[in-house]
Design a protein around this ligand. Structure first.
Ligand code: HEC
Length: 254
């Protein structure tokens, strides 16, 4: 091998990956434009901008600091790269009672308000991009069954209703045993560092996840922020028909 071919080889082995992995994605993504509503299909015009609530900034930061993204993704891939849109509840639901077919792939605007897009490194645990919405569906099903069981109206369930916040706290504190009562039992590692023992005893806290030696264990600030972030991970807003997966896009947008 001559010195010349060696250097050409060297340049090619660094240059080609640089081109494919950095230059091309940068060029194609640097000037992303917000999707527009199309009057003929969406019956409205304007720019689509997803709305988010909850402790998005701090929650996202804590999620990153705690390494949740090592095991959890928050991205629904396009169909050519995987079958994510067909996973019920990941990028939406095929038959949402109110919104119809809400399935769609992820886009850069899904990470608005976060300094860093937690797209995730591996899928050891389930994708969390639409976790908040899945919880709502679960809560609605639970409440419906409970209302039938108790012979009550669904909005008069009171303390029997599914408490999403408490369920998420219980899952974070002890995903394997404590979360069972709320049907959220998983094999996620315990995140008990989001909880502190409450110093003062008095009226029982609504958010106590456990009682250790007579002292209640309640979420701390970081726990409250991550809970708020998790329950607001939703992809259920109204999106332009062009972004929906539904084969029949006109019907899908209804
Ligand atoms: C070592 C890998 C790992 C890490 C780190 C991890 N998880 Fe998990 N998580 C899992 C696994 C595995 C499951 C699901 C197991 C099952 O279904 O039984 C899971 C399940 C979950 C679920 C339930 C998802 C669903 O759809 O029901 C939530 C919420 C969750 N994890 C949140 C977190 C948060 C928040 C963090 C960071 C504080 C975190 N996880 C860190 C592995 C991990």
């Amino acid at each position: 091998m001559t010195v010349k071919t060696f250097f050409y080889g060297l340049i090619a082995s660094f240059g080609i990956p640089w081109l494919i992995m950095l230059a091309v994605p940068f060029a194609s993504m640097r000037s992303q434009e917000a999707p527009q509503f199309d009057e003929s299909k969406d019956e409205k015009t304007g720019v689509f901008q997803p709305m988010y609530s909850g402790r998005r900034g701090t929650g996202s930061l804590i999620y990153r600091q705690e390494g949740c993204a090592v095991c959890h993704t928050q991205v629904t891939r396009p169909t050519y790269a995987g079958n994510d849109v067909f996973r019920e509840g990941q990028g939406g639901f095929a038959k949402d009672e109110v919104r119809g077919d809400t399935r769609r792939i992820s886009m850069p605007f899904d990470y608005n308000g976060e300094d860093y897009a937690n797209i995730g490194e591996s899928r050891i645990g389930p994708d969390l991009g639409n976790y908040g919405r899945r919880l709502e569906v679960k809560a609605a099903a639970y409440n419906k069954a409970k209302a039938e069981e108790l012979g009550l109206d669904i909005d008069k369930l009171g303390e029997h209703a599914f408490n999403i916040e408490l369920a998420v706290y219980r899952h974070l504190f002890d995903p394997q045993i404590n979360a069972k009562k709320h049907m959220l039992k998983t094999n996620c590692p315990s995140n008990s560092r989001f909880f502190d023992e409450a110093g003062v005893m008095g009226q029982e806290s609504d958010l106590a996840v456990a009682v250790v030696d007579g002292v209640e264990v309640v979420p701390n600030d970081r726990g409250r922020a991550i809970m708020s972030y998790l329950i607001n991970l939703k992809r259920d807003g109204e999106v332009p028909a062009s972004m929906q997966y539904g084969r029949d896009k006109e019907k899908g947008s209804k």
